[in-house]
Design a protein around this ligand. Structure first.
Ligand code: RUB
Length: 307
């Protein structure tokens, strides 16, 4: 297999969601670029740069919403461009730094976020987020008695992955269909979800269904927390760019959709939760109000307007 085919193979796994979740796809992309940089056979720096750009481009096109992917790729691609050996070495350093930092970030988010969970709390989560699960797991490890209500997260049922993980941790868990979220909200003390994108204004883009859960939480006066590594914040939104919402195959929603000639089955994968419905964003550098997102982008992602 040619080195670039390996990149294509990983890209296909990301597109088909065999590898999924904003953090996991970012790490997979960083690893793919790192491994590619060691196996491709460029003879000149220019050739190397071109091959790396091609690989980065293939990975970037896999899923349009998650900014974690472009942030991870941008961080890895900031390698030294003065000589071929140094460039290869620097790709490894950048990729490993990204992977290591994201692991540490998850742990830190757990430590910080778990302080917001009280003994006896009922937590609702949506989809399958490692950052949200880190908060829940840390609270459980601290010995807090908690119960988690997990939504199924139609159409891809990531909630089943979530209940599997909670079961492994030994956390008391209930599974509900997505449309039961309002019915149970009065029993819930805190909603914890992950993020695919957080914009400069603190708006959250996450798995479809998140926005209505945030509205229900707001109406029921239930706290709504987002758990997100700082690389889920989008520098591009400072420049006014809108987040692209991925629309996936109708077959994920209804297998035999083509037998209806006048019906279009729609499958938007993410939705937008305004910052007014978010109480707190728990990152590895602290628990912040959504209005502080701009500062995270400026300070943590080193984003320059000229870039
Ligand atoms: C996953 C999803 C998750 C975020 C955060 O969507 O919306 O809440 O990606 O996950 P999909 P994590 O299943 O379509 O990728 O905290 O693990 O990065």
């Amino acid at each position: 297999m040619k080195p670039i085919d390996r990149v294509t193979e990983i890209s296909a796994k990301i597109s088909s969601m065999e590898i999924r979740g904003a953090g996991r796809i970012a790490t997979a992309a960083a690893k793919a670029l790192r491994d590619f940089s060691q196996t491709e056979e460029a003879k000149s720096l220019e050739d190397f740069n071109q091959r790396m750009e091609l690989a980065a481009d293939i990975l970037l096109k896999t899923r349009p919403t998650a900014v974690s992917l472009s942030n991870a790729i941008r961080m890895v691609m900031k390698y030294r461009k003065d000589d071929l050996a140094a460039a290869r070495e620097s790709v490894i350093i950048n990729a490993n730094r990204f992977i290591e930092n994201s692991e540490k970030a998850l742990e830190k988010i757990g430590q910080i976020g778990s302080k917001r969970i009280r003994d006896g709390d009922v937590i609702l989560t949506h989809c399958n987020s490692l950052a949200a699960l880190s908060v829940i797991s840390a609270a459980h490890k601290l010995g807090k008695s908690i119960k988690v209500i997990a939504t199924e997260s139609r159409p891809r049922f990531q909630g089943i992955t979530t209940i599997g993980m909670l079961d492994q941790m030994g956390v008391e868990t209930e599974l509900i269909v997505d449309s039961a979220a309002r019915s149970v909200m009065n029993e819930v003390d805190l909603v914890v979800v992950g993020a695919d994108v957080i914009t400069a204004s603190g708006t959250l883009v996450n798995k479809i269904g998140t926005a209505q859960i945030a509205l229900f939480a707001h109406e029921a006066r239930t706290s709504f927390m987002v758990a997100a590594e700082t690389y889920k914040f989008s520098p591009q939104t400072i420049l006014g760019e809108l987040v692209t919402i991925e629309e996936r195959e109708p077959g994920e929603v209804l297998a035999d959709h083509s037998r209806y000639s006048h019906v279009r089955v729609r499958n938007p994968a993410f939705d937008v939760t305004p910052h007014q419905y978010i109480d707190l964003i728990c990152t590895e550098v602290g628990a912040i109000p959504p209005e502080m997102s701009y500062l995270i982008i400026k300070e943590r992602l080193g984003w320059e307007i000229e870039e």
